[in-house]
Design a protein around this ligand. Structure first.
Ligand code: UDP
Ligand code: MG
Length: 347
């Protein structure tokens, strides 16, 4: 069941009026006199087999709703004919905008490009493979109209056998929630609706290494969880390769937590204490005249040296990762580059 975290009274009006931070009803803005404008942001990478079907499924839901919908498809450097399918969709439906990234920048960057292009009152992000049920769109809109700023889709674990992805994903959420100050909902998906307010919040975060689920949770705001059962992909295979999954997890861990630095630091302290204990022991042998027992053993010496250098290397590695991240952040490199827009196609 959806959970309410904060009080909001907008839902009582039923008029679509806005409300201020205290929940007081504000007069309708000029835009609100028209239909509510809702942008669907859909990142796509090599989904040629699925895209027509998922577009038709989304249309079936949104065409029955009394809102002004826009589709923002972001082609994340596809190489399998996805771009042609999207151009055809675009040419037949004036509500569709197609952004083509200059190469494959990854899911999070593609989502960012779509969110940056969104100008609606509500933005809904969803996958192009049919795993985010369009039937939930009306419920998402309804919750935003009730006064929530964030409607976060959450995958409900089903009885499907524990796959590698499921096990690693569960471990990842367990870990990030232990070591980071920002709580990330287990099973949170990039299937969510954001109010204009919340969208502006995300857009103000210009970091290069992006883990949107964490960034959105970090923002706070009035949010609600919308659980759903994830259907199988309509066609094709997951576009999240093992490498991409590892990169996302490392982006999340290193950009939301300083814990890896502290592991090295704590290990350093432990060895410092052990060295102190050893010093006291050796001194006590000297004081009591048992110096013949102080036999410097080659193996123990080597052992300590190896362990100590191992720790130093791990520590340096962690520092290296953070330095690398700082290096990329200070360059303020763009998160994505667009090579074409819908208007290019229509004209
Ligand atoms: N995707 C993308 N760029 C990528 C990888 C994936 O835009 O580099 C898109 C993909 O087409 C889909 C969504 O992101 O619409 C989620 O990817 P996928 O379904 O492969 O992930 P999974 O559901 O397996 O976690
Ligand atoms: Mg998927």
């Amino acid at each position: 069941m959806p959970r309410r975290k904060e009080r909001s009274v907008c839902w009582q009006t039923g008029t679509g009026s806005g409300c201020d931070a205290r929940g007081r009803i504000l007069p309708m803005s000029p835009r609100r006199k028209n239909k509510l404008q809702i942008d669907l942001v859909i990142p796509v990478y090599n989904e040629a087999e699925a895209i027509d079907q998922t577009y038709a499924d989304v249309r079936q839901v949104v065409d029955a709703l009394p809102y002004d919908f826009r589709f923002i498809y972001v082609d994340d450097g596809s190489s399998d004919g996805t771009a042609d399918s999207l151009r055809a969709i675009c040419a037949n439906d004036q509500r569709v905008t197609l952004l083509q990234l200059s190469r494959n920048f990854g899911h999070q960057a593609a989502l960012t490009a779509g969110m940056d292009a969104s100008q609606g009152d509500i933005m809904i992000s969803m996958d192009a493979d049919g795993q985010h049920p369009p039937a939930l769109i009306p419920k998402m809109i309804d919750l935003i109209q009730q006064g929530y700023d964030i409607v976060q889709g959450q995958r409900i674990e089903d009885d499907r056998a524990a796959s590698f992805k499921k096990v690693t994903s569960n471990f990842f959420y367990w870990l990030i929630n232990r070591i980071s100050g920002t709580q990330v909902l287990q099973g949170a998906a990039d299937f969510r609706a954001l109010s204009r307010n919340a969208l502006n919040g995300v857009r103000s975060m210009q970091e290069y290494h992006r883990f949107l689920r964490g960034m959105i949770s970090w923002m706070g705001y009035n949010s609600v969880i919308l659980p759903y059962h994830e259907p199988e992909r309509i066609a094709g295979i997951s576009k999240y390769s093992l490498g991409k999954m590892v990169r996302l997890a490392s982006d999340a861990i290193f950009s939301f937590s300083l814990a890896p630095l502290y592991i090295g630091l704590s290990a350093g302290f432990v060895f410092f204490i052990l060295a102190g204990i050893q010093l006291v022991y050796v001194l006590s042998l000297w004081i009591t005249g048992n110096t013949q027992q102080v036999e410097p053993g080659w193996s123990s010496l080597m052992g300590v040296m190896l362990i100590a250098s191992g720790i130093i290397m791990i520590l340096l590695g962690f520092i290296g990762v953070y330095v690398g991240y700082i290096f990329q952040e200070v360059k303020r490199r763009p998160i994505y580059l667009i090579k074409g827009k819908t208007s290019d196609v229509r004209e």
